[in-house]
Design a protein around this ligand. Sequence first.
Ligand code: AMP
Ligand code: MG
Length: 397
Amino acid sequence: MRSVEEALAAILDAARLTEAETLPLERCFGRVPAAFFLTAAVDVPPFDNSSMDGYALRAADSPGRLRVAGEVAAGAGTLPEVIPGTAARIMTGAPLPPGADAVAPIEVVQESESEVEVPATDPGAYVRRAGHDTRAGESVVLPEEPLTAATIGLLASLGFGELAVRRRPRVAILSTGDELQPPGAPLAAGQIHDANGVALAAAITEAGGEPVPLERTPDDPALIEDQVGRGASNADLLVASGGVSVGRHDHVRDVIERLGTLDFWRIRVQPGKPLAFGAVQGVPVLGLPGNPVSALVTFELFARPLIRGMLGLPGSGRLMLPVMAAERIGKDEDRRAYLRVRVTREADGLAARPAGGQQSSQIRPLANANALLIVPEGEPAAEAGRTYDALLLGAIA
Ligand code: AMP
Ligand code: MG
């Protein structure tokens, strides 16, 4: 059985970068730059300008009473010259007119008809110099994460109208199981709703991938084979759920082996021990366990970093924090556990309590969890009062 690290290393080995495509900035939110090093096309700001509404003047003329020689609004192309003894009314972001070397804010001056009384003003006061933030030709390093509102704003300021981003990896989703019915459908005896298909589609989108749903199949090797073949010829990654364990109706591993190669199929992780990894037609295939919590937690641990790897992103993109267990939570001693917990802020720091039962079929506790508390192999429980790493899935209230 593989450790989490061994399994993850093998899985990340299969990450091939998707190609770049160029998109207008309006469509770049959440996308991943194809290159994190860029060169600024223009000075930011592009010209000397005022950071306040006020009067542009010659510092040497201050303090004193100056004649108002004109007005400069933001965007002005032609500028009045500020000769000795004069000042020009100026707005925030307007170009500093020739002759002026400082700005006196409106709040500190006395205005009259055609004159203004200004206090002592230092050269350069309230002037934002051209290239003060970034010089044209300077290299700018973007964070290795999907583009945020701030990064997109930065790109526009730097002179970009479009950007080369990685194509979102196409991730085929296959739900297998005789008992599965579509969400919302009436259930006959023995049937359940397919929770994994839609949940995995959401997780794929969140990770930066594009979900490609395949046709849900019963536990029928021929039908599973059809869908796995279809997925492999039409996606960058295939994620199946169910039918991967040792039951008589578990066929996913056999299908992977028949159509391609099976690398391993067991990991020392709780939840999620039976997790198959292989490749079909060069496309990596992850066979996740059917229990919804196992499926989503193993997706989080293995599929999410793989999708990010295809986008050129490192790690999980999640925050990891030390958190104290507020009560004992039992686990399987042989495996590393990812316990579903709620982390809260308390007087003495962050504390974790179970978000509900810890069985892998119980999806409500996962939905209510804001973190997975990581308890190492070789330990029978998270012990009250001890501190563990917590992988944050949501906000801490
Ligand atoms: P399996 O991995 O096929 O042995 O399934 C383990 C458990 O997960 C069984 O109780 C299945 O009914 C359940 N299960 C399998 N696939 C899904 C699915 N897509 N949605 C919800 N539960 C599932
Ligand atoms: Mg099954």
